[in-house]
Design a protein around this ligand. Structure first.
Ligand code: MRU
Length: 359
């Protein structure tokens, strides 16, 4: 994987969240140092840091930084401040469950340490945020190994949006098998959907894979069918923002269309999901809140001049839900789930709890 990318981390002193501003890639690699909850919120909202796992890590670190300077004299006052920052960061984006998962995990950590002096609680929060990042990197490497077991050298892989190193602590989810395959001489041919309207595929996936020396071809979203019909795609790999208990999966807008095409052409459609992205409390895809974003992302952004009539109505959902029955398998750090997902996802969480008990 591209070694120079460090998408989201605390600085050594634990005094700032350092992110690479993903809105500027590929033209510029600029790191930002964020110290306030407002800066972290803005960075998540504007997709300077983006991708479900990276959003969760940023929020956890932003929450730690948001209470690090607290002068609260007792636990109750500290907890009150903590909850305010937590609620604020949780409002940055609605769809990726990693945001809420990471913030809840920080709260559980705080409550485990409630009898400790406040400086110790702060240190525990810092360690928890770091642990979330480290565990994500390990989970993605394992997801990469499981995913690679489904692939053969020389295969063509189509991916949508960016579920790569930039979107996570390291490796990415859907791009993890591609990076591992690259290390092992698999010579995959990757097709990256540009991913309208924010072009995460064109700007980020194409950039990441080229940096790593992977054979990547950029296509507009409406070319996926032609590429599949040509016989160039052996498997589709995508990431996700929230998997419901029945396997319905929210991911970047356009993903469900790719899944429907894959079904038509008989191509396996795989979703890579760390368990931090699986929400068993959410029964089906209909229960997932889909973010809607500014019309200007469709009408103006990236164009030299506005390309749609002033005043036109715009519908700009940032995600869609792929029905579980279009998904060949969901690949996690605890193994590969196959239909029926209502059973197989529960089984994965049993394995996870077992592994955590033994650790
Ligand atoms: O709006 P974005 O760019 O945050 O959307 C990101 C995606 O849809 C990714 O595919 C998903 O978060 C998985 S990242 C490993």
């Amino acid at each position: 994987m591209p070694k120079q990318i460090e998408p989201v981390a605390l600085d050594d002193a634990g005094s700032a969240l350092v992110i690479v501003d993903q809105t500027l890639i590929p033209n510029e690699t600029r790191y930002l140092r964020l110290t306030t909850p407002e800066e972290t919120w803005e960075a998540i909202r504007s997709l300077r840091v983006r991708g479900a796992p990276a959003i969760g890590i940023a929020a956890a670190m932003g929450l730690y930084l948001g209470v690090k300077g607290s002068e609260a004299a007792d636990f109750e006052d500290f907890y009150h401040e903590f909850r305010q920052v937590k609620a604020y960061l949780a409002s940055a984006r609605p769809t990726a469950v990693n945001l809420f998962w990471a913030l809840d995990r920080m709260e559980a950590c705080l409550l485990r340490h409630r009898d400790r002096p406040i400086p110790e609680i702060k240190e525990a929060l810092r360690a928890e945020a770091e642990a979330i990042r480290e565990e994500d990197a390990r989970a993605n490497r394992t997801i990469g190994e499981y995913s690679l077991s489904l692939l053969k050298p020389g295969m063509g892989i189509l991916t949508h949006c960016n579920a790569g190193a930039l979107a996570t602590a390291a490796y990415g989810t859907a791009l993890a098998p591609i990076y591992l395959g690259q290390e092992r001489g698999y010579n995959f041919r990757v097709f990256a959907d540009e991913t309208r309207p924010l072009l995460q595929g064109a700007r980020l996936t194409a950039y990441e894979l080229m940096q790593a020396g992977v054979d990547v071809t950029l296509i507009c979203d409406n070319m996926a069918s032609a590429v599949m019909k040509n016989g160039w795609v052996d498997a589709v790999f995508v990431g996700c923002d929230r998997v419901a208990a029945n396997g319905d999966t929210a991911n970047k807008i356009g993903t469900s269309g790719v899944a429907i095409l894959a079904r038509h052409y008989g191509i396996p459609f795989y979703v890579c999901a760390p368990t931090s992205t699986i929400d068993l409390r959410c029964p089906t895809g209909a229960d997932i809140v889909i973010e809607e974003r500014r019309p200007e992302e469709v009408t103006e952004q990236w164009y030299a001049k506005r390309m749609a009539p002033e005043g036109v109505k715009v519908y700009n959902p940032a995600f869609d839900v792929t029905d579980a029955d279009l998904i060949t398998a969901i690949i996690t750090e605890y193994g590969i789930a196959r239909p029926p997902y209502t059973e197989s996802l529960k089984e994965l969480f049993r394995r996870k709890e077992e592994a955590e008990r033994r650790a």
